[in-house]
Design a binder for this molecule. Structure first.
Ligand SMILES: CC(C)(COP(=O)(O)OP(=O)(O)OC[C@H]1O[C@@H](n2cnc3c(N)ncnc32)[C@H](O)[C@@H]1OP(=O)(O)O)[C@@H](O)C(=O)NCCC(=O)NCCS
Length: 152
């Protein structure tokens, strides 16, 4: 079990973050998209560092009182060690500190590992977006997590 150190994503993490994105997703975000996120005042990105390297990352957009998880990925050799869970927890902790009322995300219907991971962190099934993913036309499950009384 590696104990990841959570950091906010900075320019020096971008190359590794983009490599992980490319390894993990059929339609990866471009390097430039991540670079633009650094300038996006709505974007919150965490990297999980193990041995000085980026083992995984997760991002969220904070719009009004909602957090929308944009992406989360862990390098293959580090999976199953709790890093994905630590990243979700890290975003939820930031959301709670910012008094975000609720968080949402989409996950492929076939991505059972991610669906279970989110479920363990309080996200519940809210519906299906048909043919959401352009590569395979796979449906997306929409999930929400509510923070109860913290919203102002
Ligand atoms: C989803 C993802 C981020 C999870 O990261 P992770 O670091 O493996 O997450 P955790 O270790 O916290 O939890 C993984 C869970 O899946 C289980 N698991 C089952 N098969 C596994 C496998 N082949 N590899 C890793 N974990 C596996 C683990 O046991 C664990 O469940 P448990 O806590 O009930 O034992 C990672 O699998 C990933 O990057 N996937 C590709 C990108 C992706 O699908 N992102 C989500 C988009 S919505």
């Amino acid at each position: 079990m590696n104990n990841p150190e959570m950091q906010c994503m900075t320019r020096e993490h971008l190359r590794q973050v983009h490599n992980i994105e490319s390894e993990c997703f059929a339609i990866p975000w471009s390097y430039d998209s991540f670079e633009e996120e650094l300038e996006n005042p709505l974007a919150i990105y965490l990297v999980a560092m193990v041995g000085g390297e980026v083992a995984g990352f997760a991002g969220m957009h904070h719009v009004v009182d909602e957090g929308n998880i944009t992406n989360i990925a862990v390098r293959r050799q580090y999976r199953g060690q709790g890093i994905g869970g630590a990243l979700v927890r890290g975003l939820c902790d930031i959301a709670a500190a910012k008094k975000i009322a609720k968080m949402t995300l989409e996950v492929r219907v076939g991505n059972h590992i991610a669906f279970r991971l989110y479920g363990r962190h309080g996200f519940t099934f809210a519906g299906i977006r048909k043919n959401y993913y352009v590569d395979t036309k796979e449906d997306a499950i929409v999930m929400w997590k509510e923070f109860g009384e913290v919203a102002q």
